[in-house]
Design a protein around this ligand. Structure first.
Ligand SMILES: [Zn+2]
Length: 453
């Protein structure tokens, strides 16, 4: 597909996100805060569905993983030991012509001469290191002693709580600690909609093991994570596994895979799966002076465990879900004339609203009463939406555009007016095929739950 086509597609997705309340620019009425985004009524549902499914698969459905929720404010010693204070930086360059601040790797090159990608200027400053962490002060004293950081990743709080969690959970190696939460990076150039943001959410697992299990578990987790993406509706052929070459890998890592997705703006990383050896725990053990060793009851050995880390971005995955789901096809309008339909083909598991319930007419009291009954039946089990306004075709279309997989219509047959055998049945319409089937209200809950789990 052409670049132009992809750019147009991305524009349509961004526009849909705003129009229907998935994603807004943060502080929009004040001109926006660059690199920060707010999720609207539908975006927050989509995001929660993603995080809940990750938690279900990574924690609840396993015996060997427990969860935690660490603080965002982080002790400076943690990030000194992890290497972030010294080394978590990007080389930065200024263009003296247009005053743009640029990441060194964003410069373009013409006949071997580096250029500003904005204005083509060649008058550039020397690269300097720019630390990506947000620094803040804790308490009233705004001096050196009160510095704290907003965490640049959730992983470090897992490492520094390793010993506490090992003791309370009584897990044996290999076992993991999972966490979902916000992280912050002062990106020089936030871009590609929500893809590179300054405030974002991560879903991270630190899976502790013996040294000899590391490489095998690295491959195991890569496969598990690929399955996860397929199970939320991202086609396998849109995912790409990149083996990170030796010279790009962190010095302590013995192997890293990037799981990438073909976004309209290019193939970009969704998740890194890295074998980080015993680097993190060893660093914290050294810096804190506290033992972070594991004692093996059987072999009577004492050692610092190694770790494999699958680390996924929530916001990136939400964006991938939207990009993957966005489609345009043809559907008949009220008069049977074909028109373009915008449809989000989200996996029902991810859809913000699972089922919309429509009385055929809003001024027919028995239809409305029956629709309310159906709403009450479904509501404890899934997020449903009631809509009685406008022609039924238009109501379907509004739901198609936000990815609602099922629509239930209460019509005169539900009341048994034409055919007594159809009493208490409804029309169940499928978003993707637009096919309709007749389902008894008694079977509705079972039918729907089996399709959205
Ligand atoms: Zn410039």
């Amino acid at each position: 597909m052409s670049d132009e086509h992809d750019a147009r597609r991305m524009e349509k997705i961004v526009s849909l996100c705003k129009r229907r309340g998935f994603i807004f620019q943060s502080s929009e009425v004040y001109g926006g805060l660059n690199g920060a985004w707010d999720y609207g009524p539908l975006g927050v549902e989509l995001k929660r569905n993603l995080k809940n499914y990750w938690w279900r698969v990574m924690v609840h459905e396993r015996d060997d993983v427990v969860g935690m929720d660490g603080s965002i404010l982080t002790h400076p010693e943690v990030l000194k030991a992890s290497g972030h204070v010294e080394g978590f930086s990007d080389p930065m360059i200024d263009c003296r012509t247009c005053k743009a601040h640029l990441r060194f790797d964003q410069l373009t090159e013409k006949k071997g001469v580096k250029q500003c990608p904005n204005c083509g200027g060649k008058d550039l400053t020397e690269p300097r290191q720019f630390n990506l962490m947000f620094e803040t002060h804790v308490g009233a004293a705004a001096d050196e002693s009160s510095i704290a950081y907003l965490r640049p990743e959730t992983a470090q709080s897992i490492f520094v709580q390793f010993k506490n969690i090992l003791e309370v959970s009584r897990k044996k190696l290999p076992f993991g600690i999972a966490q979902i939460g916000k992280a912050f990076r002062n990106e020089i150039n936030p871009r590609n909609f929500t893809f590179r943001s300054r405030e974002f959410e991560q879903m991270e697992l630190e899976y502790f093991c013996r040294a000899e299990q590391g490489m095998e578990l690295l491959d195991y987790w890569k496969e598990e994570r690929l399955k996860f993406y397929e199970n939320i509706g991202i086609a396998r052929d849109k995912l790409h596994v990149r083996t990170v070459p030796d010279d790009e890998r962190a010095f302590y890592s013995k192997g890293t895979y990037d799981i990438e997705y073909s976004f309209p703006f290019g193939c970009q990383e969704l998740e890194g799966v890295a074998y980080r050896t015993d680097y993190d725990l060893s660093q914290h053990q050294r810096a804190s002076g506290k033992s972070l060793e594991y004692f093996d009851e059987e072999t009577k050995q004492r050692f610092v465990p190694h770790v494999v880390e699958p680390s996924a971005g929530v916001d990136r995955t939400v964006l991938a879900l939207l990009c993957e789901a966005y489609a345009e096809d043809e559907a008949p309008d009220e008069k049977g004339k074909m028109e373009t339909r915008i449809v989000l083909r989200l996996h029902p598991r991810m859809s913000p609203i699972k089922c919309a319930v429509f009385p055929l007419l809003k001024n027919k009291e028995p239809l409305v009463a029956k629709a309310k009954e159906v709403i009450d039946l479904l509501r404890p089990h899934m997020f449903v939406f009631y809509d009685e306004s406008g022609a039924i075709g238009r109501r379907y279309r509004r739901q198609d555009e936000i990815g609602t997989p099922f629509g239930v219509t209460i019509d005169f047959e539900t009341l048994g007016e034409k055919n007594a055998s159809l009493r208490d049945t409804v029309t169940l319409r499928d978003r993707d095929s637009m096919k309709q089937e007749r389902v008894a209200i008694n079977d509705l809950l079972g039918t729907l739950t089996s399709r959205i789990r």
